[in-house]
Design a protein around this ligand. Structure first.
Ligand code: GLV
Ligand code: GLV
Length: 330
């Protein structure tokens, strides 16, 4: 009897075909929108799941799904996992790190450049027919090359952004992280460790790339925005909830900081109305890893985790070490 797998959202057909060589697969190929209760109903008789990072995996869900042994997220972030509940329930979680690093860092620069140089504001101005003539300060923005780049969260993606900033744009790179990097990694990234306050006070461009957790909730709120330079920009490609979006909307409205570029939002796909009202923000719908080669690599890594786990080889990219689940498979 093959293990039963639920693929919670529509993904690449070739990945579903590959999973079907190993498992009995139920896939949400029509990408139906499932409520948490519907998701639980589809998962009830499954041994494993491939999720996208939006599906909440908590104690109530695990109680409803006694066979479940593993959930493989097709995302590097896994704040949809209640790890304590998964540990206690004996359910393995895996994420998809590494394969999206450079692609996501590229998008960090897309947002940083668009924000600093007012690209989308300029396009709106042009499309609205407001462009009549040259003027010396028309849509003047902030320098990127040679400026100070402050990175909060120095994992793989943060390091890739540091290298891009230092080597590509000649930026002075400072970073803050829960733990300091090894000296040789700092040297390779040309990045200097500073405290969070110093980073906020001195950076011209602040990029957020830290994982979401209760500890990182509102890492940037009104007190932090108050420390930033009035000319500074803020980019969030990490997770909604790391920034207090209401406080940011207010800081943008009052020009407490110059501009922001946001790919993630509190309560997405809802966006704080205050952010939709201000001109000095670039808004994108959580697409930092969205190239087809990268999304395919993420889906394949999630599938690899499921295949390795059920073959008894252990997961490739585990995010927890659950105690074995008492076998209810019969
Ligand atoms: C996307 O946000 C991811 O975590 O991969
Ligand atoms: C993700 O790969 C990170 O560690 O930043």
């Amino acid at each position: 009897q093959k293990p039963r797998i639920l693929v919670a959202r529509a993904i690449f057909p070739e990945v579903i075909e590959r999973l079907a060589q190993h498992f009995e697969v139920e896939a949400n190929v029509h990408d139906d929108i499932w409520s948490p209760a519907e998701f639980a109903a589809h998962l009830r008789d499954k041994d494993g799941a491939l999720t996208t990072g939006s599906e909440r995996i908590d104690a109530a869900l695990l109680a409803a799904c006694p066979r479940l042994r593993i959930v493989a997220n097709m995302a590097v972030g896994y704040n949809n996992f209640d790890l304590a509940a998964m540990d206690a329930g004996g359910v393995q979680g895996t994420n998809a790190p590494g394969v999206l690093t450079e692609t996501t860092a590229d998008f960090g620069f897309a947002l940083l450049l668009a924000t600093a140089r007012r690209v989308t504001e300029g396009e709106r101005y042009l499309r609205a027919g407001q462009w009549r003539r040259w003027s010396y300060d028309l849509l003047a923005g902030a320098e990127v090359h040679g400026s100070t780049l402050g990175i909060i969260g120095m994992g793989r993606i943060g390091q890739a952004i540091a290298r891009g900033g230092a080597y590509g744009f000649g930026m002075r790179v400072i970073y803050h992280n829960r733990s300091r990097l090894a000296p040789e990694v700092e040297a390779e990234c040309k990045a200097n460790y500073v405290g969070k306050e110093e980073l906020l006070r001195t950076a011209d461009h602040v990029v957020l790339v830290l994982p979401y957790s209760p500890e990182s909730h509102h890492t940037i709120g009104a007190p932090e925005l108050a420390l930033m330079k009035p000319t500074a920009t803020l980019v969030n490609i990490a997770r909604g909830g790391i920034v207090d979006d209401a406080a940011l909307a207010e800081a943008l409205r009052t020009r407490r900081i110059a501009a922001a570029g946001l790919d993630v939002f509190e309560g997405e796909p809802q966006v704080h109305p205050g952010l939709l009202e201000v001109p000095n923000v670039v808004l994108t719908p959580h697409i930092a890893s969205a190239t087809l080669p990268t999304r395919l690599a993420m889906a394949q890594l999630a599938a690899d985790n499921l295949i390795a786990f059920f073959a008894g080889r252990g997961p490739l990219t585990p995010v927890n070490q659950p105690r074995p689940r008492s076998d209810t498979n019969g």
